[in-house]
Ligand binder design. Structure first.
Ligand code: CMP
Length: 140
């Protein structure tokens, strides 16, 4: 089924100049870019986006990190792109992410309370719809 997913190139990926490399991998995989925006997210947006993590020990550092600088928000489109992008991204912990994946090739542990793992990808069709509405309120 053709799906949409929300991908974020997080402040660490943006600051390291990895936006182009991540977009290239998405396009080489065959997914289309349906929307793209560079912005520094507000704490309010992030509270919505990360509502399920509220109360966890890494929640406050995560919101502080994610609002620390620009991110590239992208809506991607394609057959099975939700699971497909998560596979491209690799495991959440960049130390464990397989070589060949975005996090496996570009990420490592920086010793911070948050895993600065370069990208985010929606984990289900429900999350994708919810997250796309937060980051791209105008997109139908
Ligand atoms: P993301 O896919 O954006 O969703 C939640 C984020 O929280 C995750 O990527 C990581 O950046 C971070 N995160 C998830 N689990 C942990 C953890 N156990 N310790 C620190 N940070 C985490």
């Amino acid at each position: 089924m053709t799906e949409r997913s929300l991908v974020l190139i997080k402040p660490d990926g943006f600051a390291r100049g990895l936006t182009g490399a991540v977009l290239e991998r998405i396009e080489r995989k065959g997914y289309r870019l349906a929307a793209l925006s560079v912005l520094t997210p507000t704490r309010e947006m992030l509270a919505e986006h990360y509502a399920e993590h509220d109360g966890k020990p890494f929640y406050e550092p995560l919101v502080a990190f994610m609002s620390s600088g620009p991110v590239t928000a992208v809506v991607i489109e394609g057959e099975q792109c939700i699971a497909g992008f998560r596979s491209l991204a690799g495991a959440t912990d960049p130390t464990k992410a397989a070589p060949g994946s975005i996090r496996g090739d570009f990420g490592r542990d920086w010793g911070n309370p948050v895993q600065e793992n370069i990208v985010h990808g929606s984990d289900s069709p429900q999350s994708a719809a919810r997250e796309i509405a937060i980051w791209f309120p105008g997109l139908g």
